[in-house]
Write a protein that binds this ligand. Structure first.
Ligand SMILES: Nc1nc2c(ncn2[C@@H]2O[C@H](COP(=O)(O)OP(=O)(O)OP(=O)(O)O)[C@@H](O)[C@H]2O)c(=O)[nH]1
Ligand SMILES: [Mg+2]
Length: 206
């Protein structure tokens, strides 16, 4: 086999390396219905170039693919998104975004495996899909926080009203975010980490 072309493969970049201070890593999944902004969130917050598996949505998908919002959306995740963020000197999070289209939901099983926690991204224009998403996480015992991605044309509701509408237990955090903004997406992850820490404390694990 000819490996002459291998020198064209770029080597790792400085930001791809983890600092030696890193002592803990956790797998986090970003989950939610079609087009809620999962790929956007992984991309905005990741320190490494995110891996995405997006495919162009075509006419062939009409009647098969979810088409809500497809006037502006041209690509959809077919396997997963992957990114990485260091949230303290010691702790790094590996982020896995799930596909949103229902025909790919069977892939969630593998993506949930070994996850420490999850972010459920919610679009207020389509709350109903969130029930199925949260139900699947509960079945697998994956703790989660809810992040309401604020789209300009989405209706705004007080978070307490959304908590009731989603039938969320009082201890589960619910926050607003703009998945396009790094700081906002990072805040969501910090909310999740604080929640996981509190859970571990209450279970006598921390
Ligand atoms: N206004 C606004 N637009 C957003 C926000 N987040 C995502 N978008 C846009 O919404 C569209 C959908 O975002 P994606 O990140 O592809 O959504 P997704 O959840 O990964 O979609 P699937 O993988 O197909 O389920 C894109 O065109 C984004 O630019 C947001 O916070 N505000
Ligand atoms: Mg996506």
């Amino acid at each position: 086999m000819d490996f002459n072309g291998s020198d064209t493969i770029p080597g790792p970049r400085a930001e791809d390396h983890l600092p030696q201070s890193t002592t803990a890593a956790a797998k986090i999944v970003i989950v939610g219905g079609f087009g809620v902004g999962k790929t956007t969130m992984v991309g905005s917050v990741s320190e490494i170039k995110p891996l995405t598996t997006e495919e162009t949505m075509t006419q062939a998908g009409i009647g098969v693919d979810d088409n809500y919002g497809s006037e502006t959306k041209t690509a959809t995740t077919v396997a997963m998104d992957f990114g990485r963020i260091r949230i303290t000197d010691e702790v790094v999070l590996y982020l896995f975004g799930t596909p949103g289209q229902e025909r790919f939901w069977f892939l969630w099983e593998g993506l949930f495996e070994g996850a420490l926690g999850a972010v459920v991204l919610v679009d207020t224009r389509r709350l109903e899909v969130s029930f199925e998403v949260m139900g699947r996480l509960e079945e697998r015992g994956v703790p989660f926080v809810v992040a309401v991605n604020t789209f300009p044309d989405g209706p705004r509701y007080p978070l307490d009203d959304l908590r009731s509408a989603l039938d969320l237990a009082p201890e589960i955090p619910i926050v607003e975010c703009d998945a396009r903004r790094r700081a906002s997406s990072r805040d969501v992850l910090m909310t999740l980490m604080r929640f996981l820490h509190a859970l571990a404390l209450s279970n006598g694990l921390a």
